[in-house]
Write a protein that binds this ligand. Structure first.
Ligand SMILES: O=C(O)CCC(=O)C(=O)O
Ligand SMILES: [Fe+2]
Length: 316
């Protein structure tokens, strides 16, 4: 009752008091907002510090990458992008085959030889084959020529292990596509390096690779070591890599890195992209570790030595 009476009391002093109360409230609201603004600014500052340090950390993971030769988003077609490098002296220690042994060395990349649709068909083939087994670690291979397939910590021969059932996994058309694509790659390698395509031969190993970020279990899973193909594989004179998946969307990490004396040069994989190079020590390289996702590729290589020639893979 007393309260009601108080509220109903009117007079000049009351309006003054109300004004003072309103002014007080407004001031309080203002200072509360100012306090809030300080908090927001602090939060924004903390966020930008976090962002900057994440960026710094990520870029420090492969700080030694100095130049990207071809980015995933570029379309290099119809002509390959060619980078010449001086041939190493190690060719002097090998027999020379005129019309094939590298006179000019280098590396090149093209997106104009294999379509993305063809890459997709080949990727499905790799997926089907590798689904039969696969490594326990991060890197599995399927060699259609020798039949070698990663299984657990070792390899099996798919043609022996699966017998006639392998015909349910791979079709005649799959092998025809492989042969056709191999022929086109051979032609572009010959044209780029000014070789006679009839004097270069497919050589082993020729294999599909599937890489993910699972921890390596055996040495076979350690795909990231720097190497020279001519040293690792012996018979290689020209290496080509056909990528079947896209860097940045199918996987991250997994870039191809040429390790030159004055810095690294990278090629970002893209489905249908063919990267090829002379296999000597002028092209020391490695594959960056895959950080996320799955990366598919095919290694198709050529030799100048007819004694190391192999025929195209075929169903037994
Ligand atoms: O898959 C790649 O990008 C490279 C593989 C490689 O260096 C090799 O097969 O010798
Ligand atoms: Fe290699």
């Amino acid at each position: 009752m007393a309260l009601v009476r108080m509220r109903n009391m009117k007079g000049p002093n009351n309006t003054e008091i109300e004004k003072k109360i309103k002014r007080g409230n407004a001031l309080r609201q203002g200072s509360a907002w100012r306090g809030y603004r300080g908090l927001v600014a602090l939060l924004l500052f903390a966020l930008s510090v976090c962002g900057a340090s994440t960026w710094w950390y990520l870029s420090s993971l492969d700080r030694d990458v100095t130049e990207t030769l071809v980015r995933r988003g570029e379309l290099v077609s119809p002509q390959p992008r060619v980078f010449t490098v001086e041939c190493s002296e190690d060719y002097e220690n090998y027999q020379r085959y005129p019309g094939c042994t590298p006179q000019t060395c280098g590396r090149a990349v093209t997106d104009g030889v294999v379509t993305r649709e063809e890459a997709q068909v080949l990727k499905r083939l790799a997926e089907r084959g590798l689904a039969l087994a696969g490594s326990e670690g991060g890197a599995s291979i399927l060699d259609l020529h020798s039949g070698a397939l990663s299984m657990g910590r070792q390899f099996v021969n798919i043609y022996r292990y699966f017998g006639d059932d392998i015909g349910d996994v791979f079709t005649k058309e799959d092998f025809e596509l492989y042969r056709d694509v191999r022929g086109r790659i051979q032609a572009v390698v010959a044209e780029t390096f000014d070789l006679d395509p009839s004097l270069m031969y497919l050589t082993k190993p020729t294999f599909f690779s599937r890489i993910n970020s699972t921890e390596a279990q055996t040495q076979h899973d350690e795909y990231w070591h720097p190497h020279i193909d001519k040293v690792t594989y012996g018979s290689f004179d020209y290496t080509s890599l056909l990528y079947l998946s896209d860097y940045g969307s199918d996987f991250t990490g997994g870039r191809f890195i040429f390790m030159d004396q004055n810095g690294n040069r990278t090629v970002e994989p893209r489905a249908g992209r063919v990267s090829f190079f002379s296999s000597g020590s002028e092209n020391l390289h490695r594959v960056e570790k895959v950080a996320w996702g799955t990366r598919y590729a095919i290694t198709v290589s050529f030799t100048c030595d007819p004694a190391h020639a192999i025929s195209d893979p075929a169903l037994p």
